[in-house]
Write a protein that binds this ligand. Structure first.
Ligand SMILES: [Zn+2]
Length: 364
């Protein structure tokens, strides 16, 4: 896995480079590289002639041609998106289906059928031909609380309570499956395909308001798997009524739909409304930022809201609250990746979990 991690997602390294970076013998690295090539995890992309004499060293990169991950995002309001992703985390094929309308909850059998459709896009799994691909695993991401065994404990948006989604997908399709919360998946994407560091936070302002936390390169889950679920914490007891029944929740103040409504009601105050929203978020988060010593924060939200008025004011507020002689203020930026963020992040989780098992499974 160490070789894979050095190459992921887009590096090209010679065996000599790998030997040096891993501190292993030339022969050990050579053996691992050959084995990984046989399993279609990496491939040779050229060779590097060393300075002076000596044999050229093969240059290797991740093989994107064979393995595919199926990644499904259940978090969007009107549409369910799915894709086939290569081992670099790049989407190579897409599919969509509509979310059920009105009060009707999404059925697990529909998710299974959608995954089956994506398996079909990868080509026949029983009769592998030249242009068919092997499926590494399935990743499904959604809003809500998900336990590590793959049970959706609660997803208000999907209307699900204690749904054994992982088991049902695996039983139906026979492909290892992983679930995750959509904000955690978004942070994984920012961490491995974007710019987030190993001590980072992602704030998501989309259908609801949520966050995700990465400390020492681990996504923090918490005692009841609800780390980052900040949407329904009361931040202003005099504030507006929230959809959850409480008053003044963070989500009641900052949900994009509410901010847009305020701007529609008073378009001339647009900049002021956005700046106030950014200030509220900065104030609410400052204690956590100081407590946890994060290095950088990424805000994931619609461009009409998370712009410079919002971010500038949030940055100022965080700075005013936590800056001191011995404490740096974390970097704060807007997430530049689009709607595919969580879907790609979930694919990365599957890749990191299951690539090491390719070799174990074949060896076993
Ligand atoms: Zn609430």
């Amino acid at each position: 896995m160490a070789v894979f991690q050095l190459l992921f997602p887009n590096a090209q390294l010679s065996r000599t480079d790998l030997t040096r970076k891993l501190g292993l013998s030339r022969m050990a690295v050579g053996e691992v590289a050959v084995e990984m090539q046989e399993h279609r995890i990496v491939r040779e992309v050229g060779s590097l002639q060393p300075a002076g004499r000596g044999k050229p060293s093969p240059v290797i990169a991740i093989d994107t041609a064979y393995w595919r991950v199926i990644s499904v995002d259940l978090s969007q309001e009107y549409v369910i998106t799915g894709s086939l992703v290569d081992l670099c985390g790049r989407i190579v094929e897409r599919a969509e289906m509509p979310q059920p309308r009105g009060k009707k909850a999404l059925a697990v059998k529909d998710v299974v059928a959608f995954c089956r459709r994506l398996v079909g896009l990868a080509g026949s799994q029983d009769d592998p031909s030249e242009d068919s691909h092997a499926i590494l695993g399935i990743g499904i991401t959604m809003p809500g609380i998900i336990d590590p065994k793959g049970i959706v404990v609660r997803s208000v948006a999907l209307g699900w309570t204690n749904v054994e989604l992982k088991k049902q997908v695996e039983d139906a399709l026979g492909i290892p499956t992983m679930l995750s919360n959509v904000t955690n998946a978004a942070l994984i994407a920012e961490r491995f395909l974007g710019e987030s560091s190993e001590n980072s936070m992602l704030i998501s302002l989309r259908r609801g308001v949520g966050s995700s936390l990465c400390l020492n390169d681990q996504i923090v889950r918490g005692y009841t798997f609800t780390t980052g679920e900040i949407g329904h914490i009361i931040v202003d007891p005099q504030g507006p009524r929230c959809t959850c029944g409480k008053t003044g929740c963070l989500e009641a103040l900052l949900a994009p739909s509410r901010i847009r409504q305020m701007i529609d009601d008073a378009p001339e105050k647009r900049t002021q409304i956005l700046a106030q929203a950014g200030q509220v978020l900065g104030r609410v988060l400052s204690v956590s930022i100081g407590l946890l010593d994060v290095h950088d924060i990424c805000v994931y939200g619609p461009a009409d809201i998370v712009g410079e008025a919002f971010l500038g004011s949030m940055r100022e507020e965080v700075h005013a609250i936590i800056h001191s002689e011995y404490r740096q203020v974390p970097e704060l930026r807007r997430c530049e990746q689009g709607e595919d963020l969580a879907m790609r992040g979930q694919a990365v989780t599957v890749i990191r979990q299951f690539v090491p098992q390719i070799r174990q499974n074949i060896a076993g």
